[in-house]
Design a protein around this ligand. Sequence first.
Ligand code: HEC
Length: 153
Amino acid sequence: MKQVIKIALCSAMIATVSVPAVAAEPFEDEIKARQGYYQVIKYNFGLLGAMVKGKKDYDAAMADTAAKNILAMSKLDNSLLWPKGSDNSKLDNTRAKPGIWENYPDVKEKSGNWKAAVETLAGEAGNGLDALKGSFGPVGKACKACHDDYKAK
Ligand code: HEC
């Protein structure tokens, strides 16, 4: 009898402990996809950054391609990748703060500012190093504006 109760208690404890892990699973794909999305942006933006900082020779065709890739990325409808509840208050595989879902109009505005800056960058990046330099900074600021409020360090 004692044995049976012990086993029952034990499995009840295991069930309690494993609930958060099970609940985290539904968003795993979305989180991976949106992080991969940002990694592709980072790669292209990083190339431009290296040219801006003189760590890489300016190459008009490469700069044009990288900037246009970011522009193409900025036009994706990523709404499916941000399901409610997929924030870092309960999950540890994301740095997305809950504020994204609480202040959606502000996120949309920051995202809109970013898209506008990317549009300018895509038009300028291939027109010489000075043109790239002039349009790169505002995009970096727009990335940071969103990260400061909505991405955990
Ligand atoms: C409108 C908001 C917003 C803008 C604009 C934005 N980001 Fe992010 N970024 C996020 C959020 C939120 C995350 C966290 C995603 C997660 O962990 O689920 C993130 C994550 C990232 C990551 C980490 C991805 C990973 O592997 O975990 C990188 C790199 C990144 N962003 C780069 C950039 C760059 C570069 C720009 C600008 C060219 C940019 N982001 C613009 C919101 C934004």
